[in-house]
Each structure stands twice: as structure tokens, then as C-alpha cells.
Design a protein around this ligand. Structure first.
Ligand SMILES: [Zn+2]
Ligand SMILES: [Zn+2]
Length: 320
């Protein structure tokens, strides 16, 4: 009795242990050994960014096993899509294995069974405790004094309250998603233990780079090859956009690295596909190869006249 009082005093005087005691955690209780679970069939992202992986999460959940409800773990998957899929939206069907509430015990971990006498007290509800020459009768801890047990661990889930289930899952990636974005599907992760809330299903989206388009927010950048003749005299060029080629007018005197904005030809806004970013066509001057003699002579003549015109202009400026 003194030992019990002393233990109670210790528990009550220590706030941390007190709250643990209130949660039903009793010291000295050994945890049951669980067989190791296999996780093959999961398509998980490697812990490349130092995130805690599912396996670690789940193992730590098993280690801290208790009767209290525990929230389910998030499941994480990496989805690689093309630039075109990011532009138009993507659909994937994944085989997902998750822990679901056990159907046999309805997610409680226990099943009712035919009443049988408590093995610890032989059905009496109390046990004998000898202290020196004195013998006390104490209430049986195993059956809480009832003398019989009417609940046992569920045979299907071995008291875990959850079982592995594999099913197809449709993932729809909306248009406009950016590389590195995460989609969180609420409550689609592992079920909680003993009635705890379920985890989420998290999709890490990776978008392959495009050979032509560079993305900055909702805007896209693309090279627009323009010949030196069109740049000098003006002309029309065809600009590549995700919707197809779009002709634009190049004014005379266009210089290298000039940009032309094509409004609403960029990426759709994520969650608002009606809105679009812009596409910027960046002029890349193209110098044609002059191989025949007559073309060379013509260009030489153009060059001589331009030099003359330049000299004339500077003379006029000096005269003023
Ligand atoms: Zn008993
Ligand atoms: Zn069960």
C-alpha cells in the first residue's frame, strides 16, 4: 500500500508524468512485439530533401504504440509530368497501398468474444498479495475485477486497427501547375489508429523543362529568330506558342534582344484556367550566309551607301 501511495505521490508531483498518467500511460508497461511490416508496392518519394520518410514515420508510430487514438500518416508520391501536361492539365491513375480501418473490428483493434474466465485471477476478480505474514486480496488488474474477459485483440489486424489495402487512385493535375508544387488530397493518406484522424495524400509535382519555352510565374519566354533584313526594314515573323504559331509584325529598326509581348499566350493561372499569363518573344537576329558573288556585291554596295549616308549626316551636324 505504501508503495502504491508513494508511486501515486510521485506521479502527482511531476506534471509531465501526471499528464501521461491522465492519458492512460502507465509506467513499466511493456509494449508488445510487432512483426516487421513490408512496404513494397508504395511509390514514395525518396527522402531527398531530408523529409521524414513514410517508413520512419510509420515505424516511430509503432514504437510509440498506445491505446489512445493516433492520427494517420501522410502518404507522399512524386509525379513527373511534361510541360504540355502542365499547360493543359494531367491525369494519372496510380496504384496506392494505404492503411485503412480494419473491417473486422471496425477500426477499434478489439473484437468481442465469448466470455471466458480471466486467466490471471482464475475468474475470481481478485488476486492474493502476500506481505510477510499477512495476505491481502487485491483487485485483479488484468480483468479490472470482472473475473472474465469479453474483449480480445482483433485476429485480422492483430490489434493494430488498420490493414493494408491497395486500390486505384485517380490524380487530376489542374492546368498551370508549377514545377515543385504540391497537391494535398485531404484524408486520402493512412487511416488513423484506433479512430484517429486520417493522414493526407501529398503529390509532389515535377514538370519537365521544355526545349523552347522558359517559364517565369505565369509568363513564358521564347526565342523569335528574325533575319537582319526583317529587323532593318520591318517584316512578319512566326512566333511559337503553346497554342500554335502566331504571326507578329516586326517594325523597321528592331534591334537585337528586343522583346515583343503576346498577351494571354502564356501559362494558365493555376485554379483559374480562364486567366493566362503573357508570352514574350525575344528577338534573336539571324545572319544569313552570303555565298554567291552577286549577292556579296549587292551587300557591299548597300554597306558603301550606308557609310556615305553616315558621313553626310555627321558633316551636316558639324555645319550646324
Ligand atoms: Zn482477473
Ligand atoms: Zn481488426
Amino acid at each position: 500500500m505504501f508503495a502504491l501511495v508513494a508511486q501515486a505521490f510521485e506521479v502527482l508531483s511531476d506534471p509531465e508524468r501526471r499528464s501521461a498518467y491522465d492519458r492512460g500511460v502507465v509506467e513499466g508497461k511493456t509494449l508488445r512485439e510487432k512483426p516487421p511490416l513490408a512496404f513494397e508496392g508504395f511509390d514514395f518519394a525518396p527522402g531527398s530533401t531530408g523529409r521524414q520518410g513514410f517508413r520512419e514515420l510509420f515505424e516511430s508510430a509503432i514504437e510509440s504504440e498506445g491505446e489512445a487514438a493516433q492520427a494517420g500518416e501522410d502518404l507522399e508520391v512524386t509525379l513527373r509530368i511534361s510541360f504540355d501536361e502542365a499547360f493543359r492539365g494531367a491525369h494519372r491513375r496510380l496504384s496506392v497501398t494505404r492503411l485503412s480501418p480494419c473491417g473486422t473490428c471496425d477500426g477499434s483493434g478489439h473484437v468481442a468474444r465469448a466470455a471466458e474466465p480471466c486467466a490471471a485471477c482464475g475468474g475470481e476478480g481478485s488476486t492474493r498479495v502476500r506481505r510477510g505474514h499477512l495476505v491481502f486480496r487485491a483487485r485483479c488488474r488484468e480483468c479490472d475485477g470482472a473475473g472474465q474477459r469479453v474483449q480480445g485483440p482483433c485476429p485480422t489486424c492483430a490489434g493494430e486497427s488498420r490493414v493494408h489495402e491497395t486500390e486505384w487512385m485517380d490524380i487530376n493535375v489542374p492546368p498551370g501547375i508549377e514545377h515543385g508544387a504540391r497537391l494535398r488530397l485531404k484524408a486520402a493518406g493512412n487511416a488513423g489508429r484506433c479512430g484517429g484522424s486520417p493522414g493526407d495524400f501529398v503529390v509532389h509535382v515535377e514538370v519537365d523543362p521544355h526545349p523552347l519555352y522558359r517559364r517565369a510565374g505565369h509568363d513564358l519566354y521564347v526565342d523569335a529568330p528574325v533575319s537582319i533584313f526583317d529587323a532593318a526594314m520591318g517584316g512578319h515573323v512566326s512566333v511559337k506558342t503553346p497554342d500554335g504559331d502566331v504571326p507578329i509584325e516586326i517594325p523597321a529598326g528592331t534591334h537585337p534582344s528586343q522583346r515583343f509581348r503576346l498577351r494571354k499566350r502564356g501559362m494558365p493561372h493555376f485554379g483559374d484556367p480562364g486567366s493566362r499569363g503573357d508570352l514574350w518573344a525575344e528577338v534573336k537576329l539571324v545572319v544569313p550566309a552570303i555565298t554567291d558573288a552577286s549577292s556579296r556585291a549587292l551587300l557591299a554596295e548597300v554597306s558603301r551607301r550606308l557609310a556615305e549616308a553616315d558621313a553626310q549626316t555627321s558633316h551636316e551636324l558639324e555645319d550646324k
